[in-house]
Design a binder for this molecule. Structure first.
Ligand code: AMP
Length: 280
């Protein structure tokens, strides 16, 4: 596996592969890799000739400095995991490499950045769009892979790709959520949970799953209240928001339609913020 830390070296390798007509897949990450990330690498390996992964904890998408500082960083272990997964190139740039000057771009997402995560993480998606647009233009992949765990992020990035980056001709593929055996969605943040909070956290998925099959008995409002109430009953968990939305416009629905609707949730387990979702 080739480890590159600057754009010039990255460009050199990418140009070589492109010249040989290799199809390039790209998996952007913030590191502290787990099997969820590796599942994206595996998706790419099935489809592409060359898999590029990036590891970059992007400061512009953190609205809370403390969260940025405590974000886990495990470069050595990450490189080993990527080697094992037969990733071809890992790009690990510094902040000054990605932001030689302040990025002042402001993206318009037609409102889908204003709901759910957007309400609680001001500027988060603009920061995600800044970094992904830079990474896309450096890596120039044919296909890019993102996890459905970040449900709203996938919608935002599809919008970015369609409306701002069409000239790059990149296909975005959304991959399924990988979970621990007890149902907790894998996340780099799970490492920050205390044993009590880790034990409580699988309740999030358990409750979402319970109401996925019982939705016909309740209104959407009742459902949201029931889910929130059952999770909050656990003293280690505190729901920040719950929303039941249309998969395309991310607006709260008045009626659940299978194949078109998803419940999204953010929950604090102590001071660790976890997100999850389940589609009907
Ligand atoms: P992150 O490093 O958290 O920015 O995540 C990098 C990519 O991995 C994003 O596209 C995430 O949606 C995806 N990802 C994170 N956790 C999971 C998971 N449990 N299952 C599948 N994909 C995931």
């Amino acid at each position: 596996m080739i480890v590159v830390r600057n754009k010039l070296d990255l460009n050199f390798h990418i140009a070589k592969f492109k010249k040989n007509n290799k199809q390039i897949g790209f998996v952007p990450t913030m590191g502290a890799l787990h099997d969820g990330h590796i599942s994206l690498i595996k998706c790419s390996k099935q489809k592409d000739d060359i898999v590029v992964c990036s590891i970059f904890v992007n400061p512009t998408q953190f609205n809370n400095n403390e969260d940025l500082i405590k974000y886990p960083r495990e470069e050595k272990e990450d490189i080993e995991k990527l080697k094992k997964a037969e990733c071809n190139i890992v790009f690990i740039p510094s902040v000054s490499e990605m932001y030689p000057e302040e990025d002042k771009r402001v993206f318009d997402f037609d409102g889908i950045d204003k709901v759910m995560e957007g309400k609680f993480r001001n500027g988060h998606f603009n920061g995600v769009a800044q970094i992904v647009s830079k990474l896309f233009s450096f890596v120039k992949p044919d296909t890019a892979y993102f996890g459905r765990k970040d449900f709203q992020q996938v919608a935002i990035l599809k919008h970015l790709n369609e409306n701002y980056l069409k000239h790059l001709n990149i296909e975005i593929i959304a991959c399924d959520i990988l979970r621990e055996d007890d149902g907790l969605a894998m996340s780099s943040r799970n490492k920050l949970l205390t044993p009590e909070h880790r034990k409580a956290a699988p309740l999030i998925q358990k409750v979402l799953k319970k109401y996925k099959t019982r939705y016909e008995d309740f209104t959407v409002k009742e459902l949201m209240k029931l889910i929130e109430g059952e999770i909050n009953k656990n003293k280690f968990l505190n729901v920040e928001y719950i929303d039941i939305v249309n998969n395309n416009n991310l607006k709260t629905v008045s009626e659940i339609v299978e194949g078109e609707t998803t419940t999204c949730i953010a929950v604090f387990a102590g001071n660790v913020r976890l997100i999850d979702n389940i589609s009907f």
